[in-house]
Ligand binder design. Structure first.
Ligand code: OOG
Ligand code: NI
Length: 265
């Protein structure tokens, strides 16, 4: 099937709603019935032959996206890039990868056993690659990964699907600040990611971000079901640069904390 931007993000959104059912309520709360503009969508992958950032990015490049910033997360052993579309109303795309070569032998072995289950050609198939885990880990493998890298465990359970969507607070008519967004979310009973403070970043770095803690969903592992943190919703407020244009990049120190939105509470 031919995939245009609308189709792709529509499909990603439908899949995401199943992993983050509260996103619907968040829309109603913040959009008050009006359409929500998404600032960006994020994906995770392993750095392995035929499977790094470039492989996931190819489908966005084919739709006119252009590679922009790059980001390093030494502690978490991650590397990331972001992509933008010439039409600035299209969501930006943030893709990170786990540097397997820096991880333990044990982690590498578990990941290799997952990659061995990857169907031939899946990663090049835009209609299916973002549809969820293309392998089944055991619950013990999940727990072993979790002890070393929460990111690896999440990826083992959820695959290359959209990890989060992000409300562009700049485009909300009822809310002008991230503080007011966070207050409304908490009053409605949502739990926010408090790592590094509820608001990550500042006007000085031209970007403020916050996020919910991931909804928990039942995942079917090779040997049964477990209820674990799935996907979350993020909120971003961008500030203008000297030329008046809104800053369009990311802030590594803030992103480092946003990753933790999928940690167990
Ligand atoms: C990505 C975390 C970083 C941002 O907006 O800084 C991020 C992830 O959790 O996969 O989304
Ligand atoms: Ni994000």
């Amino acid at each position: 099937m031919e995939m245009d931007i609308q189709n792709l993000f529509g499909q990603l959104w439908q899949d995401y709603l199943k992993q983050c059912p509260s996103a619907d309520q968040v829309h109603q709360l913040l959009g008050r019935g009006e359409a929500i503009i998404n600032d960006h969508v994020a994906f995770r992958t392993f750095r392995a032959p035929g499977l790094g950032i470039d492989k996931l990015a190819q489908h966005f490049l084919a739709l006119g996206y252009v590679q922009k910033g790059e980001y390093q997360f030494e502690q978490k052993k991650l590397y990331a890039r972001h992509y933008e579309h010439p039409d600035s109303t299209q969501p930006k795309v943030f893709i990170s990868e786990l540097k397997l070569e820096e991880c333990s032998e044990q982690l590498q072995q578990i990941v290799a056993s997952l990659l061995a289950q990857l169907p031939e050609g899946l990663v090049d198939d835009v209609a299916h690659v973002y549809g969820g885990a293309p392998w089944k880990a055991t619950q013990e493998q999940y727990r072993t990964l979790l002890a070393e890298s929460e990111y690896a465990a999440w990826l083992a359970a959820f695959g290359f699907r959209a990890n989060h969507f992000t409300v562009s607070v700049n485009h909300l008519s009822e809310f002008g600040t991230l503080e007011s967004v966070n207050r409304a979310l908490k009053e409605a009973g949502f739990e926010l990611n408090g790592s590094g403070g509820e608001i990550k970043g500042s006007p000085e770095v031209l970007l403020e971000q916050s996020s919910t803690l991931a909804d928990k969903v039942a995942v079917t592992f090779a040997d049964g079901q477990m209820v674990i943190p799935a996907c979350f919703y993020e909120f971003a407020l961008r500030y203008p640069m000297a030329d008046g244009e809104l800053y369009s990049g990311f802030v590594a120190a803030s992103a480092d904390k946003i990753f933790e939105s999928t940690n167990a509470r």
